[in-house]
Write a protein that binds this ligand. Structure first.
Ligand code: FES
Ligand code: FES
Length: 154
């Protein structure tokens, strides 16, 4: 089947198998910022933004993306890094970086909805993103720093 959708603001038409996982499809097409962790909806490394919501791409089949808008971590960086990306670097909110794309996209989806979320809302938005190295304090600091700057490029 043909899958027609918007990926990082560009229209894509890809030949796909209906049973293909969207995570596999993205990686096969070079979008390697989306990571394979558990493959079963338990870790968040495969998070993307689908029509404005943070979603696990390992739980999506290709046909479920038909006609929708997808943002991956590659779509955040335009001429310069997104403020969230910059802030994660400044704060040192990563070690191996395996969870980082997912965390940033979960935060981005929240900020797209609400530009001044409360701490509890940020924590809730990140509950689906597990980190085995840095933990959660530094990513929270990085996100709060962006909100405090008050100039979101969302
Ligand atoms: S790989 Fe999708 S949630 Fe773990
Ligand atoms: S930085 Fe390594 S899993 Fe989070």
């Amino acid at each position: 089947m043909q899958l027609k959708f918007i990926l990082n603001k560009e229209e894509k038409i890809w030949d796909v198998q209906p049973e293909e996982k969207f995570l596999d499809l993205l990686r096969k097409n070079g979008y390697l910022g989306v990571k394979y962790g558990c493959g079963s909806g338990n870790c968040g490394t495969c998070t993307i933004i689908l029509d404005g919501k943070a979603i696990y791409s390992c739980l999506l089949l290709a046909p479920q993306v038909q006609g929708k808008k997808v943002i991956t971590i590659e779509g955040l960086e335009q001429e310069e890094l997104d403020l969230l990306q910059e802030s994660f670097i400044e704060v040192g909110a990563m070690q191996c970086g395996y969870c980082t794309s997912g965390m940033i996209l979960s935060a981005k989806a929240l900020l797209l909805k609400k530009n001044n979320p409360a701490l509890e809302e940020i924590k809730t938005a990140l509950t689906g993103n597990l980190c085995r190295c840095t933990g959660y304090v530094k990513p929270l600091k990085a996100i709060l720093k962006v909100i405090e700057k008050g100039k979101l490029n969302v």
